[in-house]
Design a protein around this ligand. Structure first.
Ligand code: MN
Length: 197
């Protein structure tokens, strides 16, 4: 979905999210996953490409287990600067709720032609994140895209959403991000793992 659709949906006088800004091309391509407690909890998986963040909403979040395929619904492209946003989108605004930078880093295509791979619906890539690493694929099916970990030394049966629930930038949980940004703490806390007994 084009960036202008995103810009039309946002009222930048009301929301604290960054305005889109032009930026130079970098050799390194940004990768980010934002944990987003909107009307439903999901993880927004974003890859920088052609000056925007290609974006997929992953309702169940990524899995590092290669036997687990996670549905990833492609949503509108976002501005590259959006990768740094952690905070609260006001209720009533598009995507209202708490946003955490759950993981971030860079990515590399494993194929020579990214645009052709996206058209074909089969994008193989390597993530260099703080939490997610190694080889992955996004594959398009009639039901939507699937995000799948490839078998490599970074694959595991660990439920990384539970074992690594904190922000990659602030180390906060969702409830703390909501509290410090005048958000709905009770709603945000539902997205945090239950404290160990
Ligand atoms: Mn979202």
């Amino acid at each position: 979905m084009p960036l202008r659709d995103y810009q039309r949906k946002r009222n930048f006088d009301v929301t604290p999210e960054p305005k889109p800004a032009r930026r130079a091309n970098h050799a390194q391509l940004a990768y980010v996953i934002q944990k987003h407690q909107a009307s439903h909890l999901h993880y927004d998986f974003r890859l920088e490409w052609n000056g925007v963040l290609l974006s997929w909403a992953v309702p169940k979040g990524p899995s590092v287990d290669p036997s687990v395929k996670r549905l990833a619904m492609q949503v509108e492209d976002h501005p590259v600067d959006y990768a740094n946003f952690e905070g609260v989108i006001p209720e009533g605004e598009y995507g209202g709720g708490t946003v955490m930078v759950w993981d971030r880093g860079t990515w590399e295509p494993e194929i020579p032609d990214v645009d052709a791979a996206l058209r074909k619906g089969d994008l193989k890539f390597t993530l260099h994140g703080q939490k997610l690493r190694g080889s992955w694929v996004l594959v398009r099916t009639p039901r939507g895209w699937l995000l799948i970990k490839h078998r490599d030394e970074y694959a595991s049966k660990e439920d990384i959403l539970v074992t690594a629930p904190r922000s990659a930038v602030s180390h906060k949980l969702m409830a703390a991000i909501a509290r410090e940004n005048s958000g709905d703490v009770e709603k945000a806390a539902k997205a945090d793992p239950k404290p160990a007994k």
